[in-house]
Design a protein around this ligand. Structure first.
Ligand SMILES: Cc1cc2nc3c(=O)[nH]c(=O)nc-3n(C[C@H](O)[C@H](O)[C@H](O)COP(=O)(O)OP(=O)(O)OC[C@H]3O[C@@H](n4cnc5c(N)ncnc54)[C@H](O)[C@@H]3O)c2cc1C
Length: 374
């Protein structure tokens, strides 16, 4: 039986970041993905925003890993010439209640170590964004955008430079615990293959719960239920009316950040994502959602032209937060919780998972006890 040091299940941005990091310490890293290429699921269906780390409760993993991950990602992009733009974002209020929320956000952000949020005067706001309508706005200068595909390609190149391997069209079928680690059964285009591995990382995104259930010896009590929550995007044709990212105050239920406006590196403006819990994985974007989008967008962009809004794409979040329940944190679960040495399961890696990816990788390395800190 072939032996590897680690099998990373899932070649999304998080699995690739973990594998790249592990490949610096281990000589034989294997990343698998059931799809024909890397990053075809959540990682290619998101907003591509480098988040500042301002929304998440103090002490949460989301806060810690987003703030550390943001810094690490900007440095990584600079070092490896990955297209990015530290474009900044305005978070806008429409009334006194929302302004109070923004004031609280300054304090929440500061508690997370983000102390660069600042009020923008009405005059400056008009000069910066003449098409924007708001009673007040906060500027988050450390928010940015990144070309996720280039980032993932770079992580993969790093893995391969360190003698690691990525194998596509290979599905994890089963993991059995053995004395020396794990026996991993893979299905490579209908052929079964068994390999042994010292470590196993479950970074299967939308399928993290299903993959965990294929790990023999992992008690079901440690496997949380994952809920799928789709977010739709509409592109806005023509020249962008905004120069930077525009966000309303987040949804009260903590499910999403509100239908916001982001730009990609080519200057294409898009609105979204909204939030819709679903039972079946399906990515279609219905034109019927346009009216709801227009109502949300009109609050901060009254001159929105409905004809310019076109259905674009959707992405699906793997949420630990059940419909109607309180917001949940990321879950990066190691031996200290589930008792299986050499195994780390990642659950609920929704936003800000892209921003946090390098910090999540660092956390996984620590959980495996491969190094203490960097
Ligand atoms: C609508 C939306 C907007 C977002 N916007 C942002 C944002 O602006 N900024 C930000 O920081 N984050 C954002 N996120 C979050 C971010 O995109 C995710 O946290 C991140 O992409 C998750 O990466 P991943 O590697 O965990 O998952 P994925 O990219 O889904 O990768 C998991 C991989 O596992 C593979 N897999 C699953 N099961 C198996 C199996 N049995 N065998 C083999 N392979 C398997 C899948 O094929 C998949 O490729 C957003 C997410 C969504 C949905």
């Amino acid at each position: 039986m072939e032996h590897v040091d680690v099998v990373v299940i899932g070649a999304g941005v998080v699995g690739l970041a973990i594998a790249a990091r592990l490949s610096k310490h281990l000589s034989n890293v294997l990343v698998i993905d059931k799809n024909a290429g890397f990053g075809e699921e959540i990682s290619s269906r998101n907003s591509e925003v480098i988040h500042a780390g301002i929304y998440y409760p103090k002490g949460s993993l989301k806060a810690e890993l987003c703030v550390a991950g943001k810094q690490a990602l900007y440095e990584y992009c600079q070092q490896r010439h990955i297209p990015y733009n530290n474009i900044g974002k305005l978070i806008v209020a429409q009334n006194a209640e929302e302004e109070t929320y923004l004031q609280e956000m300054i304090e929440k952000a500061a508690a997370n170590g983000v102390d660069d949020l600042g009020w923008v005067s009405a005059k400056k706001m008009r000069a910066m964004e003449p098409n924007l309508s708001a009673s007040a706005a906060l500027l988050s200068p450390s928010t940015g955008i990144v070309d996720v595909h280039s980032y993932m390609r770079s992580l993969l190149a790093e893995i391969e430079q360190n003698n690691g391997k990525f194998v596509a069209r290979t599905e994890l079928e089963r993991v059995e615990c053995s004395d020396s680690g794990f026996v991993v059964t893979l299905n490579c285009e209908d052929e079964q293959l068994k390999i042994s591995s010292k470590y196993v990382i479950n970074s299967a995104g939308l399928y993290c719960e299903q993959v965990a259930k294929r790990i023999e010896g992992l008690s079901e009590q440690f496997i949380p239920t994952v809920h799928w929550c789709r977010g739709h995007y509409f592109t806005y044709a023509g020249k962008s009316p905004f120069q930077q990212l525009i966000y309303p105050v987040p949804e009260k239920n903590g499910v999403g950040l509100g239908i916001h406006c982001t730009l990609d590196l080519g200057g294409q403006l898009k609105f979204g994502p909204d939030t819709q819990y679903i039972d079946v994985l399906e990515y279609a974007v219905s034109l019927g959602l346009r009216d709801t989008f227009i109502q949300a967008i009109k609050r901060y962009f009254p001159n929105v032209d409905a004809e310019k809004l076109q259905p674009a794409y959707s992405g699906i979040r793997p949420k630990l937060q059940a419909p109607g329940a309180a917001a949940e944190d990321f879950c990066v679960q190691g031996q200290d919780v589930h008792g299986v040495q050499g195994l780390v399961n990642l659950y609920g890696i929704e936003s800000p998972g892209l921003t946090s990816s390098l910090a999540i990788a660092q956390r996984v390395v620590q959980q495996l006890g491969i190094e203490v800190s960097v």
